[in-house]
Design a protein around this ligand. Structure first.
Ligand SMILES: [Mn+2]
Length: 383
């Protein structure tokens, strides 16, 4: 056996890669030419009109004098992914997707700071473009997206819940998909309450979290360890359609687990995910959440990712998902579409180098990109 038997073509053949054309990177590069640039060109035209032409010494004449589009990433007023800010929220129905913040952390039981989550996620999101090489999609070309700002939360949990439900319900009833940036996980209940009142039929829930979040009360209030107890009291959000993924460790109170057991939620622990593999775990999650359901809600707690990668969170629990695993899982469950998504528990005061906020933003991009590729969203765009 010569050197090339192990290292040459036969090695590549063993890996299922016969030639260069089979590489995912080569396939993706080929797809890039199919992605339109209509919206990108519109953005340049708008920049030149509203922001004036650049100084004469600038060779690249697509650059404007005042920054009016998404470039450069470090400039301008941050919305999520630098999409337009919609001041008149009554017009939200014109859009496919609405990004909204819920700056709320009075449901936190230990380390607070998630009221700054929406700001941090929006700010670091400007680092991303709207194009994914691997998915072969440009979100700004495929989706009409808008940032509608934050819900006016106040220093009272129950009254804030009412504000959140009213806000999310307004978006959904307008026919637009809300992407909700928390905020601590207490907001899961009022968000789900809004979803449930707009769906005729059952709602399933896919919940990624190191914790079970199924207690009835904590500190005598409906805190961030309680959303799914109250959500599954809603008649069309039954516990049989709640799948909880990534639990484990030493933090969640016992009561949450006994409630989950009594109500028969499906718990796929981190160890289960490791044993089953990401594909099987995602398949099982989809099966449970979608059983007889009309819509599925996605609740992504950033603490489901290991605190080595996502330290900026209130209740870090070692041993969670690696980022690559979590993103893969999210993409697999997003293939069937979700009606709304929340990303919660990003606490910037505990973050390092913005990396927790960066992961939160990335999770949203991957879910939206997957939904576009699979034809689950994107009807309101006009060119
Ligand atoms: Mn949680």
């Amino acid at each position: 056996m010569g050197f090339f038997d192990n290292h040459g073509l036969s090695y590549r053949a063993k890996k299922g890669i016969e030639n260069k054309e089979d590489l995912l990177g080569v396939i993706a590069a080929e797809k890039e030419k199919e992605v339109p640039k209509i919206k990108a060109e519109e953005e340049i035209r708008r920049g030149l009109e509203y922001g004036l032409e650049a100084a004469e010494s600038i060779g690249d004449r697509t650059i404007s004098c005042f920054s009016r589009g998404s470039l450069p990433p470090y400039s301008g007023i941050n919305t999520f992914l630098k999409v337009p800010y919609l001041e008149d929220v009554r017009d939200v129905g014109k859009y496919d997707v609405a990004f909204m913040g819920v700056p709320f952390d009075i449901g936190t039981t230990y380390r607070s700071g998630t009221r700054f989550g929406p700001q941090a996620i929006r700010r670091i999101s400007s680092l991303y473009t709207s194009f994914s090489f691997e998915l072969g999609v440009d979100l700004k070309e495929s989706l009409n997206m808008v940032d509608i700002g934050d819900v006016f939360t106040i220093a009272n949990i129950e009254k804030s819940f009412d504000q959140i439900t009213k806000a999310v319900s307004h978006v959904i009833s307008s026919g637009t998909m809300p992407i909700i940036f928390g905020g601590d996980h207490a907001i899961g209940y009022p968000c789900l309450r809004a979803v449930a009142e707009n769906v005729e039929g059952k709602v399933g829930i896919i919940h990624l979290d190191r914790h079970i979040d199924m207690g009835e009360k904590d500190m005598d209030e409906r805190m961030h360890g309680t959303p799914w107890f109250h959500a599954t009291n809603i008649p069309n959000a039954p516990a049989e359609n709640l799948v909880q993924v990534g639990q484990g460790g030493w933090i969640s109170p016992r009561e949450g687990y006994s409630n989950a057991r009594e109500r028969k939620t499906t718990i796929i622990t981190m160890a289960d995910v490791e044993r089953m593999g990401i594909e099987k775990a995602a398949e099982a999650a989809l099966e449970t959440a979608w059983k007889g359901a009309k819509a599925v809600y996605l609740s992504f707690d950033i603490d489901s990712i290991d605190p080595g990668f996502a330290p900026g969170t209130g209740t870090p629990e070692p041993g969670g998902f690696l980022p690559r695993e979590a993103l893969k899982f999210l993409q697999l469950v997003a293939k069937e579409g979700v009606c709304a998504m929340e990303v919660v528990e990003v606490s910037p005061p505990y973050d390092v180098s913005d990396k927790t906020a960066l992961l939160a933003a990335r999770a949203v991009l991957d879910v939206l990109g997957t939904m576009v590729v699979n034809g689950k969203i994107g009807k309101k765009i006009t060119s």
